[in-house]
Design a protein around this ligand. Structure first.
Ligand SMILES: C[S@@+](CC[C@H](N)C(=O)[O-])C[C@H]1O[C@@H](n2cnc3c(N)ncnc32)[C@H](O)[C@@H]1O
Length: 217
């Protein structure tokens, strides 16, 4: 998602006590960014933040961090968060490129990872940029606690197939649960929180794919 440049976005994010712009400064101490110490869940590519905000509201015993590359997009997430009548204390945002997560999170600092409607990068030469590529899975393996899972949703059949292949070939990761039609899968859809993209694609009649990944024993 790339929105037109919003001049107000950069200062608003820089000055906001709810946004972190240099994640390297809090590596290993993310709990200090939140008022209360709780398990930490991150969404990589959070977009306008609908999913992570709703998650934070539903699960007050967990801390949530929405990571987004573009300021103009994160600004929208921040605006939505600030509109909440009751402050959502367990949600913060990080403006960062997911490529750099190893500089920003200590080993096993994260309890769970969400990847929602990640950019598909359909060209083969861009495969390394896909957030489910072996390159990224290797990084998630370092920052995710043992027993933690990665939850991945997409409407993109190509990215879904690619992710399945990566997992089948992986020596570290395996598929825990999988569906090719999330909204018609009562088990996996239970408690599902729709993202902006999910709402858009499913209302256009597209099935939503979901994979939950866990480590090999
Ligand atoms: C297609 S949008 C999906 C947004 C949201 N998760 C949803 O489902 O509605 C993908 C988002 O990931 C962000 N993104 C892509 N690559 C990223 C990266 N390397 N690091 C952080 N965010 C990234 C994009 O800027 C965009 O906002």
């Amino acid at each position: 998602m790339r929105l037109r440049n919003i001049p107000a976005a950069y200062p608003a994010i820089e000055e906001s006590p709810f946004c972190v712009t240099d994640g390297t400064k809090v590596k290993g101490k993310w709990n200090t960014v939140f008022p209360e110490e709780h398990p930490l869940y991150i969404e990589v590519g959070t977009g306008k933040g609908r999913f992570i905000l709703e998650n934070a509201k539903r699960n007050k015993d967990k801390n949530y961090l929405g990571i987004e590359l573009y300021e103009s997009v994160l600004y929208r997430a921040l605006q939505r968060f600030l509109k909440e009548e009751e402050p959502v204390l367990n949600l913060r945002f990080l403006r960062a490129d997911a490529n750099d997560i190893l500089d920003m999170f200590e080993k096993e600092e994260v309890d769970g990872i969400f990847l929602n409607f990640s950019d598909p990068w359909p060209k083969k030469r861009h495969a390394k940029r896909r957030l489910t590529s072996p390159n990224f899975l290797e990084k998630y393996d370092k920052i995710l606690k043992q027993g933690g899972v990665i939850e991945f949703k997409t409407d993109n059949a190509g990215l879904f197939e690619y992710t399945k292949e990566v997992l089948e070939e992986s020596k570290t990761w395996k598929i825990k649960e999988i569906t090719t039609d999330l909204h018609n899968d009562p088990n996996m859809n239970e408690g599902n929180i729709m993202t902006e993209y999910e709402e858009k694609f499913s209302s256009a009649g597209n099935p939503i794919y979901k994979v939950i990944m866990e480590r090999e024993e």
